[in-house]
Design a protein. Structure first.
Length: 164
Protein backbone atom coordinates (compact mmCIF):
# COMPACT_ATOMS: atom_id res chain seq x y z
CA UNK A 1 0.00 0.00 0.00
CA UNK A 2 1.45 3.35 -1.07
CA UNK A 3 1.91 6.06 1.52
CA UNK A 4 -0.05 9.17 0.54
CA UNK A 5 0.57 12.64 1.82
CA UNK A 6 -2.00 15.36 2.04
CA UNK A 7 -1.18 18.05 -0.52
CA UNK A 8 -3.19 20.79 1.17
CA UNK A 9 -1.01 23.15 3.22
CA UNK A 10 -1.62 23.21 6.95
CA UNK A 11 -1.06 26.96 7.12
CA UNK A 12 -1.43 29.76 4.62
CA UNK A 13 0.82 32.80 4.71
CA UNK A 14 -0.83 36.18 4.68
CA UNK A 15 0.83 39.44 3.70
CA UNK A 16 -0.05 42.54 5.73
CA UNK A 17 1.22 45.97 4.63
CA UNK A 18 3.40 47.43 7.39
CA UNK A 19 5.56 50.27 6.01
CA UNK A 20 7.21 51.86 2.97
CA UNK A 21 10.79 53.02 2.51
CA UNK A 22 11.59 55.66 -0.08
CA UNK A 23 15.33 55.71 -0.75
CA UNK A 24 17.19 58.68 -2.16
CA UNK A 25 20.01 57.20 -4.26
CA UNK A 26 23.06 59.13 -5.46
CA UNK A 27 23.66 57.90 -8.99
CA UNK A 28 26.62 60.31 -9.33
CA UNK A 29 28.54 58.19 -6.80
CA UNK A 30 27.22 54.90 -8.18
CA UNK A 31 29.52 52.58 -10.04
CA UNK A 32 29.06 49.35 -11.94
CA UNK A 33 32.03 47.39 -13.13
CA UNK A 34 31.37 47.10 -16.85
CA UNK A 35 33.64 44.20 -17.65
CA UNK A 36 32.92 40.75 -16.27
CA UNK A 37 35.22 39.04 -13.83
CA UNK A 38 36.69 35.66 -14.79
CA UNK A 39 33.70 34.06 -13.03
CA UNK A 40 31.32 36.00 -15.30
CA UNK A 41 30.03 38.42 -12.66
CA UNK A 42 29.85 42.20 -12.65
CA UNK A 43 29.71 44.25 -9.46
CA UNK A 44 28.38 47.66 -8.58
CA UNK A 45 27.82 50.15 -5.79
CA UNK A 46 24.90 52.52 -5.31
CA UNK A 47 25.12 55.14 -2.56
CA UNK A 48 22.11 55.77 -0.30
CA UNK A 49 21.81 59.48 0.53
CA UNK A 50 18.83 59.12 2.87
CA UNK A 51 15.12 58.68 2.62
CA UNK A 52 11.85 58.26 4.48
CA UNK A 53 10.05 55.46 6.30
CA UNK A 54 6.28 55.66 6.71
CA UNK A 55 3.28 53.41 7.13
CA UNK A 56 0.71 52.14 9.59
CA UNK A 57 3.27 50.49 11.91
CA UNK A 58 6.53 52.37 11.38
CA UNK A 59 7.82 55.85 10.59
CA UNK A 60 11.15 57.60 10.55
CA UNK A 61 13.99 58.30 8.16
CA UNK A 62 16.84 56.57 6.37
CA UNK A 63 20.19 57.96 7.49
CA UNK A 64 22.68 58.93 4.77
CA UNK A 65 25.72 56.71 4.33
CA UNK A 66 24.41 53.29 3.40
CA UNK A 67 24.55 51.59 0.08
CA UNK A 68 23.78 48.69 -2.17
CA UNK A 69 26.36 46.37 -3.68
CA UNK A 70 24.61 44.60 -6.55
CA UNK A 71 26.05 41.51 -8.20
CA UNK A 72 25.06 41.09 -11.83
CA UNK A 73 25.19 37.52 -13.10
CA UNK A 74 25.70 36.09 -16.57
CA UNK A 75 21.94 36.31 -17.11
CA UNK A 76 22.11 40.09 -16.34
CA UNK A 77 19.74 39.72 -13.37
CA UNK A 78 20.95 42.07 -10.61
CA UNK A 79 20.95 40.58 -7.12
CA UNK A 80 21.31 43.31 -4.54
CA UNK A 81 22.60 43.44 -1.02
CA UNK A 82 21.73 46.83 0.49
CA UNK A 83 22.58 47.97 4.00
CA UNK A 84 21.57 51.16 5.70
CA UNK A 85 20.39 52.54 9.04
CA UNK A 86 16.84 53.60 9.85
CA UNK A 87 16.18 56.14 12.58
CA UNK A 88 12.62 55.69 13.77
CA UNK A 89 10.55 58.61 15.10
CA UNK A 90 11.24 57.60 18.71
CA UNK A 91 15.03 57.65 18.09
CA UNK A 92 15.48 53.88 17.78
CA UNK A 93 18.23 52.96 15.31
CA UNK A 94 17.59 49.90 13.15
CA UNK A 95 20.26 48.21 11.04
CA UNK A 96 18.41 47.34 7.84
CA UNK A 97 19.82 44.68 5.51
CA UNK A 98 17.92 44.13 2.30
CA UNK A 99 18.59 41.37 -0.21
CA UNK A 100 16.65 40.77 -3.36
CA UNK A 101 16.55 40.87 -7.11
CA UNK A 102 15.07 42.81 -9.93
CA UNK A 103 14.42 42.08 -13.54
CA UNK A 104 16.97 43.65 -15.88
CA UNK A 105 16.03 46.05 -18.65
CA UNK A 106 16.58 44.13 -21.89
CA UNK A 107 19.66 45.22 -23.84
CA UNK A 108 18.80 47.78 -26.46
CA UNK A 109 15.24 48.13 -25.16
CA UNK A 110 13.81 51.48 -24.08
CA UNK A 111 13.85 52.06 -20.34
CA UNK A 112 10.86 50.48 -18.65
CA UNK A 113 8.59 52.25 -16.22
CA UNK A 114 9.62 51.16 -12.70
CA UNK A 115 6.22 49.57 -12.12
CA UNK A 116 6.87 47.18 -15.03
CA UNK A 117 10.01 45.66 -13.52
CA UNK A 118 9.90 42.70 -11.13
CA UNK A 119 11.68 43.98 -7.99
CA UNK A 120 11.41 41.97 -4.75
CA UNK A 121 13.35 41.98 -1.49
CA UNK A 122 13.62 40.09 1.78
CA UNK A 123 14.94 42.32 4.57
CA UNK A 124 16.36 41.49 7.97
CA UNK A 125 16.61 44.02 10.77
CA UNK A 126 18.83 44.31 13.82
CA UNK A 127 16.87 46.11 16.51
CA UNK A 128 17.73 46.92 20.14
CA UNK A 129 15.42 45.72 22.93
CA UNK A 130 12.28 47.81 23.19
CA UNK A 131 9.02 48.50 21.38
CA UNK A 132 10.40 47.64 17.93
CA UNK A 133 11.92 44.23 18.76
CA UNK A 134 9.23 42.55 16.67
CA UNK A 135 10.95 43.86 13.52
CA UNK A 136 13.94 41.62 14.19
CA UNK A 137 11.75 38.61 14.87
CA UNK A 138 9.51 38.85 11.82
CA UNK A 139 9.74 37.96 8.15
CA UNK A 140 8.95 40.58 5.52
CA UNK A 141 8.64 40.71 1.75
CA UNK A 142 9.30 43.95 -0.11
CA UNK A 143 7.84 44.92 -3.47
CA UNK A 144 9.67 47.80 -5.08
CA UNK A 145 9.78 50.12 -8.00
CA UNK A 146 12.07 52.85 -9.23
CA UNK A 147 11.26 56.51 -8.63
CA UNK A 148 12.81 59.64 -10.15
CA UNK A 149 15.14 59.97 -7.12
CA UNK A 150 15.72 56.34 -6.15
CA UNK A 151 13.54 53.42 -5.09
CA UNK A 152 10.26 52.96 -3.25
CA UNK A 153 9.76 49.62 -1.52
CA UNK A 154 6.51 48.59 0.19
CA UNK A 155 7.01 46.01 2.96
CA UNK A 156 4.59 43.30 3.99
CA UNK A 157 4.70 41.21 7.15
CA UNK A 158 4.43 37.48 6.42
CA UNK A 159 2.06 35.99 8.96
CA UNK A 160 -0.30 33.06 9.21
CA UNK A 161 -3.75 33.82 7.82
CA UNK A 162 -5.89 35.24 10.59
CA UNK A 163 -2.85 36.18 12.74
CA UNK A 164 -1.27 39.58 12.20
Amino acid sequence: MALTRESTPQTRPQLDYVFTIELDLDHQKSRTRGERTPSGLRYGYISVDGGHVYGPRLSGRVLPGGGDGPTIGMDDYPAFDARYILELDDGTLVRFENRGMREPTPSGAPALDGSEIYFRTVPTMRVPPGPHEWLGRSIFIGAGRHTPTGNRIDYFLVSEAGKA
